[in-house]
Design a protein around this ligand. Structure first.
Ligand SMILES: [Zn+2]
Length: 318
């Protein structure tokens, strides 16, 4: 009898597991975007181009590298001032970003009746999916490429006191502010654009998995507190990060390797999101576990999924 109950339980468990796998989370559509006309390409069309490009305005261009070429599908930003264009990140290697950036710059020069403009290539941080296209810009005329260590970023922008000091960088009638924001990566920075009131947040704030080594919880907490103060005093309207990994359905995330993602979350996150973020990081001080929220997931790693280990069990420091 006991054996029959055991097999019945096994059968029902199997049935439930199969049902969950078949149906998965409900796919919902995101609300209309406040910034973009089109829904971002998300690998549904196998023949989608290597980059999906949309403008926020005539001087602000956003590129998304195709999910069909990389599961990271990073977002890359190009800002034009009167004297200088600023490229934030270069994506995953081999995507052909240089050609697309050159086309956008040529179009902008034509529209603005200009012959040339300087280009600065910088990065939100030094991970491979944000610096992968650097080599294709190395021989580009009128171009400077910023390194991706705290020292290199500080030297280029003139930051004397990393990570406490933020500095202004002038693109010509368009000021951006460079904020050191370590936590996800030691040289992570965010870029605030005073023209659009957008804070480009890299991989520190975006609708997806916010990875950080558990020994960096303190650095990330300080960063998020700093961003909260900055957002209040600088009228930040939106956060635009490096990826979309969440679904439009609150709290649901796509499997990392899924190349076709129907029902993605919007790219932009509202500033109100920070309250959850700050509260979530404080909770992690007591119990260092993966924690899911409606619009992001805090993902200390390597993490103990049961949360039974103390918060100081990390061995790695960088
Ligand atoms: Zn990334």
């Amino acid at each position: 009898m006991k054996l029959k109950i055991f097999y019945l339980t096994l059968f029902l468990t199997g049935l439930m597991t199969t049902a969950c796998q078949s149906f998965g989370p409900e796919v919902s559509s995101p609300p209309p975007s406040s910034l973009f006309t089109d829904t971002w390409n998300s690998g549904i069309d196998k023949s989608e181009p290597s980059f999906h490009i949309q403008n926020i305005d005539a001087n602000t261009v956003v590129f998304r590298q195709s999910l069909r070429t990389t599961f990271e599908a990073p977002f890359i930003y190009l800002l034009f001032g009167e004297d200088r264009a600023l490229l934030i990140d270069t994506g995953v290697e081999g995507g052909g970003l240089r050609t697309e950036v050159d086309k956008q710059i040529e179009q902008w020069l034509l529209s603005n009746k200009r012959k040339k403009i300087q280009l600065t290539v910088m990065h939100t941080h030094g991970h491979g999916d944000h610096i992968g296209g650097d080599s294709s810009f190395q021989d580009r005329p009128n171009t400077e490429i910023v390194g991706h260590t705290p020292e290199a970023v500080s030297d280029f922008f003139g930051i004397a006191d990393w990570p406490s000091e933020s500095v202004t960088y002038d693109l010509g009638a368009r000021l951006v502010e460079i904020l050191p924001t370590p936590g996800h990566h030691p040289a992570h920075v965010m870029v605030f654009d005073s023209a659009t009131h957008i804070l480009f947040t890299g991989d520190t704030i975006y609708p997806g998995r916010i990875y950080f080594k558990c020994g960096k919880l303190d650095a990330l907490t300080k960063t998020i507190d700093k961003v909260a103060t900055f957002a209040k005093t600088h009228n930040v309207q939106w956060f635009l990060g490096g990826h979309i990994e969440m679904m439009a359905t609150p709290g649901e995330v796509f499997p990392q390797d899924k190349k076709s993602r129907r029902g993605e979350h919007l790219l932009e996150l509202p500033v109100s999101n920070l309250k959850d973020f700050q509260a979530g990081l404080k909770d992690l001080l007591n119990k260092l576990v993966i924690t899911e929220y409606d619009e992001f997931i805090l993902l200390p790693h390597p993490a103990d999924p049961r949360g039974k280990k103390p918060p100081n069990w990390c061995l790695t420091e960088d």
